[in-house]
Ligand binder design. Structure first.
Ligand SMILES: *[C@@H]1O[C@H](CO)[C@@H](O)[C@H](O)[C@H]1NC(C)=O
Ligand SMILES: *[C@@H]1O[C@H](CO)[C@@H](O)[C@H](O)[C@H]1NC(C)=O
Ligand SMILES: *[C@@H]1O[C@H](CO)[C@@H](O)[C@H](O)[C@H]1NC(C)=O
Ligand SMILES: *[C@@H]1O[C@H](CO)[C@@H](O)[C@H](O)[C@H]1NC(C)=O
Ligand SMILES: *[C@@H]1O[C@H](CO)[C@@H](O)[C@H](O)[C@H]1NC(C)=O
Ligand SMILES: *[C@@H]1O[C@H](CO)[C@@H](O)[C@H](O)[C@H]1NC(C)=O
Length: 253
């Protein structure tokens, strides 16, 4: 009897800890609407204010009322990933505009008690490293983010290990990275060889620790987004990967 109760309690705890894609999607839709309208207030009704960890833009803690969400942006593209194990999401937002400041924004939302308790955004704009919104908008649309059939999906651990191997390479040349072929690499507005022999093994700088990694893994698309601190200066950075059969096939770095 005691065993049964213990088991039921464990199951109940698991059930509440997990979140569903519809729940996560509803919050992401509210986020996108806030950015489109420049009205953060309706989005904040999805917050868990009792466990609130803050709103960050490029690692800087801001009041959401003075954040980029308070400026309406003519969004031209979004793509979202849902991590139902960690209760977190990642959304890519592109503002391919010639009449307003163009942006490429990557945002992780983290949840507790089925509500958002952390917003973490990387906001890039003209003048930033390799920024080219025309290139980015064009190439991101060419990327393959199809749903992977269930029987071919990698585990969250496999997906994370592939991304970690690439990130570890920046500080340890001995790491073996599971490069896939073809592999395409989008950096700012630059794209690698999109042909059948395209490779992402283009060489990376060395002596660059990639620390404070925060993952959003969506195994239905083989995706992992990692927000991290780049190098000794701790530059805020986002890296998005698609992993198929344990190998890196798409990188947005
Ligand atoms: C959290 O706080 C914000 C601003 O203080 C408020 O607008 C929002 O409604 C609150 N959210 C919840 C779920 O209570
Ligand atoms: C954010 O700014 C608004 C408007 O100035 C203010 O009412 C609110 O208390 C601030 N919130 C926090 C968490 O500082
Ligand atoms: C931006 O990318 C587009 C498409 O790849 C390219 O045609 C254009 O020359 C790039 N602009 C700059 C300033 O590099
Ligand atoms: C991005 O905007 C430019 C300028 O308006 C346009 O020519 C281009 O087609 C747009 N790219 C995409 C992928 O929509
Ligand atoms: C990499 O391998 C070389 C040769 O085996 C070794 O000398 C070096 O210490 C290794 N570096 C790291 C960071 O593990
Ligand atoms: C890809 O590599 C193979 C083998 O080296 C070669 O035969 C083929 O022509 C290459 N294809 C392209 C598009 O470069």
């Amino acid at each position: 009897m005691l065993h049964t109760i213990a088991l039921l309690t464990a199951l109940a705890a698991t059930a509440t800890a997990h979140c569903t894609r519809p729940l996560l999607k509803e919050a992401v839709d509210a986020y996108i609407l806030a950015q489109t309208t420049g009205q953060p207030a309706p989005f904040t009704t999805h917050f868990d204010n009792s466990t609130w960890l803050g709103y960050r833009e490029n690692a800087l803690k801001l009041n959401i009322t003075t954040s980029i969400l308070a400026t309406p942006l003519p969004i031209t593209h979004t793509r979202s990933f849902y991590d139902t194990s960690s209760c977190a999401t990642f959304t890519e937002v592109v503002v391919n505009s010639t009449t307003t400041t163009p942006y490429v924004i990557g945002t992780q939302l983290r949840f507790t008690n089925h509500k958002i308790n952390k917003v973490d955004s990387i906001v890039t704009k003209p003048g930033d490293w390799l920024f080219n919104v025309t290139g980015y908008a064009y190439w991101t649309a060419q990327e393959n983010w199809d749903t992977i059939p269930e029987e071919k999906r990698d585990s969250q651990l496999t997906i994370r290990k592939a991304a970690d191997a690439y990130l570890d390479l920046f500080n340890n040349k001995n790491v073996t990275v599971p490069w896939g072929t073809p592999c395409v690499r989008l950096e700012g507005g630059l794209y690698g060889d999109a042909g059948p022999n395209g490779t992402c093994a283009v060489g990376v700088p060395s002596g660059v620790p990639m620390t404070n990694r925060r993952y959003v893994i969506d195994e239905t698309m083989g995706s992992v987004d990692v927000l991290l601190d780049f190098g000794a200066s701790g530059w805020p950075d986002s890296h998005l990967f698609r992993v198929e059969g344990g190998k890196l096939r798409t990188m947005c770095v």
